[in-house]
Design a protein. Sequence first.
Length: 140
Amino acid sequence: MSDVFSVPVTVRGYEIDVQGHLNQAVYLNYAEHARWSLLQAAGIRQADLVGRGVSPVTLETTIRYRRELLAGDEVEVTCGFEWGQGKTFRILQRIRKADGSVAAEIEAVGGLMDLKERRLVADPREHFKQLAADPGLFGL
């Protein structure tokens, strides 16, 4: 896995469910925010991807809930890439509370879709290497 990138997030009151903790769907929003923040930090804008005719896609996501999050909690959302040999890659993420405890672990399988052909590109690593000003953020 690449060196872990992270972004801070504060749990907002409107994200809380009737049990008083963070709604389960919001964990996905936090993960997505961290992924796009990593792309931006690496120098890749959405317009760059579209201009190249590609876009990241999520093929599978697993969330393991470990600790509840409450309104006002300050968390850190990490993001690291794990590359294989094929068309897909894994994104490993943690949502960590201020005390260091893990609130959730998120593992996703992603790919890079050719927007014209509507198929995954053969080697997504190469596209990320070419687009990124800092490919090291992806472990490349």
